[in-house]
Ligand binder design. Sequence first.
Ligand SMILES: [Zn+2]
Length: 555
Amino acid sequence: MNTFGACHAQTQMSRRLQTPAGTLLKRLSLEARINVCASHSGWRVDCIDQGLPNIVTGDLIVPRPDHASNCSSDNPERAALIGSRTLRRHVRVLIAACTVLLSTQVTSADLLIEDAIILTLAEGVDEPFTGHLVIRDGRIKSVGAGKISATERAGLQSLKVVDAAGKIVIPGFVSGHNHLWQSAFRGIASDGELYPWLEALHWTYGDYFGDGDLYAFTLHGALDQLGHGITTTYSHSQRLGATEVQYLESLDASLAAGQHFVFAYNADLNQLAAAVRADVDALVSRADKADNPLLLGLSLNSVGNHAADPTMFAVEMELAGEHRMTVQIHYLEQASRRFVERLKWPEFLEVGAVAPHVSYAHFIHTTDQIVADTGHLGGAMIWNPLSNGRLASGLADIPGYLEAGIRVGMGVDGAASADIADPFENMRMGLYGLRMKYSNAGVMQPIDMLRLHTLRTAEVLEVEKEVGSIEPGKRADLLIVDPRFPLTGSVTDPAATLVFACSSANIEQVYVGGELRATRGVPAGHDISALQLDVEQRVARIKAAVLLAQDAKSR
Ligand SMILES: [Zn+2]
């Protein structure tokens, strides 16, 4: 620790451990300090593994990519420490975490993507062009047709160049409705509509979630989405049977994943409204402290219209106003419940839950009056075709909603009801459904679907100034899509090729804030194999607990 003590960057980097990597380290029961040593061109990681009683403290020099050798100040005891198999495993994860941290925080070289077919999906720009784009400090600096000018190129810093000839560049997908934890529970209730499915999943397993489960499951879901090209997600979190501390692991996991997100808080239905108010205030404070650029905003997963406390719905709307949060409500999803749910509409109007900052997830079994009110008051809905098909929920009348002035975004929903988080499949499923319903191929076009799943969803989530299209100043959330692998034939109309012929398997690279976050479906900076094993073991433990409880009950 001595050699690095005087390093001027030490304090700064230690403070930055309040970032995703810092959160991950906490989850691994590791305490660590990362010190940057300019003179040694290395990062030193001081780690204290509380789970290893025989190993108190270890130092590890992690060489920077441009500096192959370790610092000469290595402690001889270090080799012995690293010789521990258990510690090695922890250190590998630690290094991955540090890589995420440092790749996020250290100013990177300018990135130039050349010769790409670019679909910016900016407002009013439907035509693709072959051109270039430049990324600086995580944001799009410029985008244009043809080659970059010699003058502009000369002004770029430490340039990295990506040759994207023959590839299509689009903004990262935005998903407006997700329960990330469900990624661990696919294939559940394959013959069930919404309520039987809820019974088989939430109400069977939810009470047996323990420490770390929501963290592992949520991280699993977020990384899965990154691999499928979703760079911004609406994390419609759910608390199940978790304690408040366990429930908020879902926020920590999203902070660690590397994906932009809006976190939607799920109030505890069993609490009084006053307690929910205190919890939301605490969440706002926690988010402020996290000060993490990946967190684009807070929202409410409103459940007030189901709560025992009759004031809960109105209090949720008050809280949203006080903290300038958006709101999302599950509404009119399962056909057989449409009559009872429609009866709640007057209460929606009364508490102010029909407004520009409120969106409804699914919103399928509407009435003419509900559609007219929503359009008139500037409301929005999130369309989830894959989930709506899987659960036999029905097909929302998207053309009718747009005609009525309702703003529409798209979501892939949780992976237990839309078992592959593939936005390409989601767009295709939705478009084909509408064309079948209307028997009209003119009803919506591929470019419309691409914009729904990017800019329009960002608008519903009120994050369109940051993400959702390729425009100078916005965060550099990009996908490089390779239509040649898997083979799709020649490209005549890039938007049509993307929506009709591509899947997430065609995504070569996923960038979030200018950082490469996934390559060919594999997220960067995380040990996916270890996470998958951890999730499998946790699910097995929960299932075993359920079986034991059911057995005890039957006696
Ligand atoms: Zn949902």
